[in-house]
Every structure is written in C-alpha cells, then in structure tokens.
Design a protein around this ligand. Sequence first.
Ligand SMILES: Nc1ncnc2c1ncn2[C@@H]1O[C@H](COP(=O)(O)OP(=O)(O)OP(=O)(O)O)[C@@H](O)[C@H]1O
Ligand SMILES: [Mg+2]
Length: 279
Amino acid sequence: MNPATPALVEVDRVRKLFPKGSGDDLLVLDDVSLTLRTGEIVSLLGRSGSGKSSLLRIIAGLMPASQGRVTIGADAVEGPAPGVAMVFQTFALFPWLTVLENVELGLEAQRVEPGERHKRALAAIDLIGLDGYESAYPKELSGGMRQRVGLARALVVHPKVLLMDEPFSALDVLTAETLRTDLLDLWHEGRMPISSILLVTHNIEEAVLMSDRILVFSSNPGRVAAEIKVELPQPRNRLDPTFRRLVDDIYALMTARPTGKAMPGLFPGTGIAMLLPRV
Ligand SMILES: Nc1ncnc2c1ncn2[C@@H]1O[C@H](COP(=O)(O)OP(=O)(O)OP(=O)(O)O)[C@@H](O)[C@H]1O
Ligand SMILES: [Mg+2]
C-alpha cells in the first residue's frame, strides 16, 4: 500500500478507561494510534481481553474514547459514524425477521425508500451467495449462512469502512475457510461496495492470509506493539514456506517469555514497536 494514499480512518492516541467497582479505573486501551487507508485490509491481532472490540466500538462511534480522537475522512467521530458498518462474532440477527428483512434493516435507519431498499438488499444477498434464501428465518440457516446475512447487512449500506469483529471465530474450520476465501475473492475482484476493511482476530493464520498489514496488539493495556506488512501475493497459500515462517515469527512475538527486564505494556522480550522483517 502506498503510504501516500489518503487516510480513511485515523485513530489518534486513543485511551479508554472503564470504571471499576472498587478504586482505580481499568485502563483497557492506552495511546492507540493507527491509520487505515483506502484499498487495504488491516488486521488487529491480539489476545482475548486486549481491548480489540472496545477499539472497534470507539471507531464506529458506538462508545466514546476517554482521550484521543478518531477521524473518518475529514470528520471527527462523535456518535454512530456514517460510512462505517460492523460485522459481529455472534451474527446478531433478529430471529423474527427473514433474511431479506434483516438485511433491509440497515437501510431503514438511513431512510432509504422501500423500493430502493428492496433492490439493494437483494443485490447484497446475491453478492454474498445467499440467493434463494431471502424469505428464510435465521433459525433455518447454518452458522456460515447466518454470518453471510451479517455480512450482507453490513454491505448493503455501502459503508466506506467495514469493521469485522472476529467474524469467523464462531464457525467450524471448513465453513470459516470458505467464507474467508469468498470474501477475499469479492474484495480482489473489486465487487465489495467498500473502501477498506479492519478485521479483528486472535487467529494468526487468518491475519496473514487476509491482510495487507497486521497490527499486533499487546494486552493490559491494549497497545499497538508491532506493525507487520504482508507483501505475499494473493491468493495466499498457507503451505508456502514464507507464509509459515511469518506465522511462526508472529507466534513467537506474541508468546515471547520475559528474557530480562520487560518494558511495561509491551510484549516481554521485544523492543518498542518491534518490526519483523518484510517478506
Ligand atoms: N462496557 C464495559 N464496561 C467495563 N469493562 C469493559 C466493558 N467492555 C469491555 N470491558 C473490559 O475491557 C477489557 C477489554 O475488553 P474487549 O471486549 O475490548 O476485549 P477483546 O480484545 O475484544 O477480547 P475478546 O478477544 O475476548 O473479544 C476486558 O477486560 C473487559 O472486561
Ligand atoms: Mg472482542
């Protein structure tokens, strides 16, 4: 990705504290800065509890930061951000609505008129491979199909930025892989009505498979501890030795044991914002 490409999302020194019942607040995100540019898929890779979902909620404007700011395009995020859509780990569909109604819902909030709503929802359902299931209810669908509905509901609003919070982690291995591949195909064919994707994951292979850049998140508090560019051509092959080496390197980085004096908040055994060699 050309660094001259204009920033689409800018997260600038964001801190987040949650009040704890007793005494001090819980510092979840500390001094998090990142940039998302048009045309790229960036992964946020971190352990459970490192504050990834909190950061996504702040970017989407669903929760305020305690300090720092987020801008999307030229606008500071101060409430639910237009141009941003989110896909959740647990699908979050309305069980009493059909597939079509679930997908249309995203457009109702935007006051799109019913004819146009219908047309765009059908197009999103078709794009995501659920043609023929428009009138099915969520309970009639497999997990993989439900997540496709979640994806169609996010895409139907034609957001600039798609935020995905562990979208494959509730699916079995094979279903998850099919959905990843389908998503990457749509992206690389230029058929997704979006400009960039921020993907939250704790799965190293998934991050290497899908992203142009990986931001490795440290825990307690969450910080961007390393940035890794993945320059392997797409489609990527998990068995490629370069792919394997990168996965191993990131694993080592994330599980490094203290080797002496650790920097507080960073991965023990790594330097500040350690950069892995480019591949
Ligand atoms: N609304 C809230 N009020 C208080 N504490 C919260 C709130 N939301 C999150 N937390 C705390 O913030 C920390 C980070 O949570 P968050 O859900 O952002 O982590 P995560 O990286 O997404 O984890 P996971 O991979 O398990 O989804 C956790 O310790 C959690 O308990
Ligand atoms: Mg989470």
